[in-house]
Design a protein around this ligand. Structure first.
Ligand SMILES: [Zn+2]
Ligand SMILES: [Zn+2]
Length: 244
C-alpha cells in the first residue's frame, strides 16, 4: 500500500504547499483523503488521473479540504468518466457539494453524468464499509463553521491509516490513532496554543498514549515550516510517497 501526499499545506498556501489531499493506492483500492481547492492541479502534477479514483473521503467542509471536489467532478464529466465514484463525508455533504458546484460552475450539479455518483454520509463512531475501505469516523474539535469535523481511522488491506483532519487536541485522537501503521496529524504550530488547531508540543505530550507505528506531520503553518530542520518528527512534503 502506498500513500502520496498530493498536498499537505494549510488553507493559506504556507510554504507554497498545496491544500490537503492524500492519494492511497493498494492492490484493490484507489482513493483520496480530502480534496482541497488546489487538488486537481496537484493530482495532475503527480500524474494521477481523476478517473482512477474510486472514493473520496472528506473530513470537513473548509475549502482547503473540500473545495477541490467541484473541479474533480467537472473534470470527470468532461473526460467522459464512466467508472462509479463514491464521495463520503460528514452530515450535509450532499447539499454542500451541490452548493459548491453551483457557486463555482453554475448548473454543473444538474448536468447529466455518465458515471454513477454515490454520496455517503459518515457520522462519528459509526464505522462504514466503502468497498474494501473500512472507515471509523471520530468527532474532532475545529471551531463552529465548516463542520461537522471528522477524523478518520481507516482500515484497508490489513493496514491502519489514521488522519486527524483539522482539530485542536481532543482525547478522541487517542483511539483514532492508537497503534496505527500510519498516523497523519495536523500540526499547525510548534508550541503556540490556539483554538481549532494542534501544536507539536501538545501532540508529543500524548504520543505515548497514541503509540502510532509511524507519525507524519501535515497542515503546517509558517511557524512549523520554519522549524522543520530542528524537530525530530517526520513531516510531509508535497509529492512525498510512503509505503505502508
Ligand atoms: Zn485545513
Ligand atoms: Zn479546517
Amino acid at each position: 500500500m502506498r500513500l502520496r501526499f498530493v498536498g499537505c499545506g494549510d488553507a493559506f498556501g504556507s510554504g507554497g504547499r498545496y491544500n490537503t489531499c492524500f492519494h492511497v493506492t493498494g492492490e484493490k483500492v484507489n482513493f483520496l483523503i480530502d480534496c482541497g481547492a488546489s487538488s486537481l492541479p496537484a493530482l495532475k502534477r503527480n500524474g494521477i488521473g481523476g478517473d482512477e479514483i474510486d472514493l473520496v473521503l472528506i473530513t470537513h467542509f473548509h475549502g482547503d479540504h473540500f473545495g477541490g471536489l467541484p473541479f474533480l467532478m467537472l473534470d470527470a464529466q468532461f473526460n467522459r468518466r464512466t467508472r462509479p465514484l463514491v464521495i463520503a463525508g460528514p452530515q450535509g455533504i450532499e447539499l454542500r457539494l451541490e452548493q459548491a458546484m453551483e457557486a463555482l460552475f453554475e448548473n454543473s450539479s444538474k448536468r447529466e453524468r455518465r458515471f454513477e455518483l454515490r454520496i455517503v454520509t459518515l457520522a462519528p463512531a459509526a464505522a462504514a464499509s466503502l468497498g474494501e475501505v473500512e472507515v471509523t469516523p471520530f468527532s474532532m474539535v475545529h471551531g463552529d463553521s465548516g463542520g461537522p469535523f471528522l477524523g478518520y481511522r481507516i482500515e484497508v488491506e490489513g493496514r491502519i491509516i489514521a488522519f486527524t483532519g483539522d482539530t485542536e487536541w481532543t482525547d478522541a485522537l487517542i483511539p483514532l490513532g492508537r497503534d496505527a501503521d500510519l498516523f497523519i496529524s495536523e500540526c499547525y504550530f510548534y508550541d503556540k496554543s490556539v483554538k481549532n488547531h494542534l501544536n507539536l508540543k501538545t501532540l508529543q505530550a500524548h504520543l505515548a498514549e497514541i503509540r502510532p507505528k509511524r507519525l507524519i506531520l501535515t497542515h503546517m503553518g509558517e511557524d512549523m515550516l520554519g522549524r522543520l530542520d530542528s524537530i525530530a518528527c517526520e513531516a510531509a512534503c508535497d509529492g512525498m510517497v510512503i509505503d505502508i
